[in-house]
Structure formats: structure tokens, C-alpha cells
Design a binder for this molecule. Structure first.
Ligand code: OAD
Length: 365
């Protein structure tokens, strides 16, 4: 998870290797300050595409039977390196971060359709709102997940995704994870619209904060997708970092027993899905992609996000000022930056209207 403006917990990534303190994601509600806090994978790979062979970090070495000392040393070295990289990224972002003014040339739904007609490199930034129509609550709306956690008596709703809290009480997170196991939900019209952009050669990248995997299920290809906050594809032992496919622990998640590592068999060896929690380090793929995409994108669509969590919420302020910025959301978000067009309401309705204007088939995805 990322940091955002509402300063959610930013705990540490690990108990045994505390060197990466500068690289932690933080929540922010105001727009955030550091892009670096993004979620990512310790090895810099997209968590959505991190198959077993992408896991070249220390965790894998440990899992392969490397000595515990060696694995920890490697992990420490990697984290120091990652910290340095994140600080570098932070400086880059801070340099660019200015309040974005509205463009005068794009104002209406029709303007957005015209923009998408000519666009070739659209960045789509998505959040939990695009999956609400699928039956998955978002986080911060009145009836969102964070309003439903009373039974857990968490110190704060966000503690559910706080790595320090998870180490003391992983049960709330695993209850949440059970609801999102593959096959539970069907993509929405908005997911299919993103796929339709891809099919027409217009999708540069979908940066999603969602971990439900519905973009991929809709057919968005890994090369066009960055799952900023990780995914439920793989999981890793908090102790020895041995990594497994989530399918290996799916039965335990479904049964609501805490999955424990069968490699180290340590009492602290909870196997945690590779979701980026507050307080965990991010991978470099986010910044690498964003740096490259920034130079190419010709439109940015933000859909279904409160933009409360950094560094994803920093993207809009980091794009070139002349790139049109469009919001499809139930509420206005993103201050102090200005969107050029705000299509307020359900994003499925907005994409349906756009689809009509674009002359695409009703369910173009
Ligand atoms: P939020 O719950 O913060 O925001 C969802 C946004 O979507 C709100 O602005 C809603 O008004 C809007 N919304 C809800 N339903 C909608 C609909 N049908 N159509 C259009 N808009 C709708 O969710 P995120 O911004 O995704 O981190 O939250 C960011 C991160 O905070 C999440 O990734 C999560 C959380 O901590 C992790 O789990 C790692």
C-alpha cells in the first residue's frame, strides 16, 4: 500500500531488517508528497506479473536453501539499495510536483470522446471505485470497507493493511483476502472499457491500486498493467521470505487459518500475500514505468479513486501540464490539482456514455 495524505500507518517492512525506513509507503490524504512510497515488490517487479521467476530477491535465495545469515545479509543489502533508489525517486518527484492548472481546451464529455479518438497513449489510473459495481466495497466511502471493521477492534481501519499490525494480528487481513480470492467477482463495464482502450491500441498503462485482479480478468495484458499495491498472485513468508503462489495457501485462507511457512517452520513465519502494506517498501517498476510513460502519454483518466494514498495520488501532479486529465468518479478528488473534465457519478455510466460517443460497440471490451 501506499502512503497517502491521510497518514495511515507506515510501519516497517520487516522486523528483522529495518534498514529501509526511508523507502516506506505512507498514506496521505492531501495529495501526498512522495511518489516513492508506492507499493511495490522488493525485487522491483510488478507484483501482478511476478511469477516465480521474477522473484530474484533474497527471499528466493532463502527459499532455495541459502543460509539464513546469507539470506538476511542479501535482504539487508537489497533494502539499503532500494532505499537509496527511492530517495532518488523522491527527489525527482519533489522537483516536478506543482499544482496542476486546468486546461482551457477540454471541458465536456464530447471533448473527452474527441480526446480518446485521437489518443494513442492513455494512462488509466484506477481505484476501488471501479470494482464497486462488481460487489466489492471501496475503502473510504460511507459504506466502504473501512466503515465495516468494528468487529476487529483495530486501532484504526488502516491497521488492517499495516505491516506492523499484521505481524501482531494477521486475522483481519486474511478475512479480507478470502473475499478477493480469484474467481469471486466478474469485471465491471469500466474494466472492460480499459480493455477496449487496449484493443484499439490506445492504452499505454493501467496503474491500478486494486488487488482484486479484475483488470487482468477483463483481459488487460501484463505489459499494459501495473498493480501498484500488489496482488494476490504470490505470498511470502515474513520470516524466511520463501515465496509461494497464493494457490498454495488458498485452502488455508478459505478455512480462515493463518498460513504458516512450511520451509522455516518458524512461529513468526506467517505467509503473507504480496500486497504492499503501509510500511512496506515499494518496487522500482512503478517509478521506472511512470518515468517512461510520462514522456509518452497523451491523456490521463482517473477512475474510482479518492486519491488519498501516495504515491499513486501524486501521478496527476507529475504528468506534463499539457496532458489532459479526466476524472470519472462519484466525487471530486485530487485537490489541489485541477482536472480538465470531471465526469461525476458512477464510472460505468460515464464509460457507457463515452463508448456511445466513440461509436464503439455497447460493451466494447
Ligand atoms: P477509496 O475507497 O479511497 O476511494 C474510492 C473512490 O471511488 C471514492 O472517491 C468513491 O467516491 C469512488 N467510487 C465509489 N464507487 C464508485 C463508482 N461506482 N463509480 C465511480 N466512483 C466510485 O479507494 P482507493 O482510492 O482505491 O490500499 O484507495 C486507495 C488505497 O487505499 C487502496 O488501494 C487500499 C486503501 O488503503 C490497499 O489496500 C493496499
Amino acid at each position: 500500500m501506499l502512503a497517502g495524505d491521510d497518514e495511515e500507518g507506515c510501519g516497517d517492512g520487516d522486523d528483522d531488517d529495518d534498514d529501509d525506513s526511508g523507502a516506506r509507503p505512507r498514506r496521505a490524504d492531501t495529495g501526498g508528497e512522495d511518489l516513492n512510497d508506492v507499493d511495490a515488490d522488493a525485487d522491483g517487479n510488478d507484483s501482478g506479473t511476478r511469477g516465480a521467476d521474477a522473484l530474484t530477491d533474497s527471499g528466493r535465495a532463502a527459499g532455495r536453501g541459502g543460509s539464513t545469515f546469507g539470506a538476511r545479509t542479501n535482504a539487508r543489502a537489497w533494502r539499503i539499495l532500494q532505499s537509496l533508489m527511492m530517495w532518488r525517486n523522491k527527489c525527482l518527484v519533489a522537483e516536478k510536483r506543482v499544482t496542476r492548472p486546468k486546461l482551457t481546451s477540454i471541458n465536456t464529455l464530447e471533448d473527452v470522446a474527441a480526446l480518446l479518438t485521437r489518443a494513442r497513449n492513455v494512462i488509466v489510473l484506477t481505484g476501488a471505485g471501479i470494482s464497486v459495481a462488481c460487489g466489492i466495497p471501496d475503502f473510504r466511502s460511507e459504506n466502504g470497507l473501512y466503515s465495516m471493521l468494528g468487529e476487529y477492534q483495530l486501532p484504526s481501519p488502516q491497521a488492517m493493511f499495516d505491516i506492523a499490525y499484521f505481524r501482531t494480528n494477521p486475522a483481519p487481513f486474511f478475512k479480507f483476502a478470502r473475499e478477493l480470492l480469484p474467481g469471486s467477482y466478474t469485471p465491471s463495464a469500466t474494466h472492460r472499457f480499459i480493455k477496449a482502450l487496449q484493443d484499439r491500441g490506445k492504452l499505454l498503462r493501467n496503474y491500478t491500486q486494486n488487488i482484486d485482479g479484475l483488470e487482468r480478468e477483463a483481459g488487460v495484458l501484463p505489459e499494459h498493467l501495473h498493480q501498484c499495491h500488489g496482488s494476490l498472485d504470490t505470498a511470502r513468508c515474513l520470516r524466511c521470505e520463501h515465496r509461494v503462489p497464493v494457490s498454495d495457501i488458498e485452502a488455508e485462507i478459505r478455512a480462515q487459518t493463518i498460513p504458516m511457512c512450511k520451509i522455516c517452520n518458524h512461529p513468526d513465519g506467517v505467509v503473507k500475500p504480496d500486497i504492499v502494506f503501509f510500511g512496506e517498501p515499494l518496487g522500482r517498476r512503478f517509478m521506472d514505468l511512470l518515468t517512461a510513460d510520462r514522456a509518452r502519454c497523451d491523456a490521463v483518466l482517473v477512475m474510482g479513486s479518492s486519491l488519498k494514498v501516495a504515491p499513486v495520488n501524486l501521478i496527476i501532479g507529475w504528468m506534463p501540464r499539457d496532458v489532459p486529465l479526466v476524472l470519472l468518479n462519484r466525487e471530486t478528488v485530487g485537490q489541489p490539482h485541477a482536472f480538465d473534465v470531471e465526469l461525476l457519478g458512477d464510472c460505468d455510466a460515464a464509460v457507457a456514455a463515452l463508448t456511445r460517443l466513440l461509436g464503439w460497440p455497447a460493451d466494447a471490451g
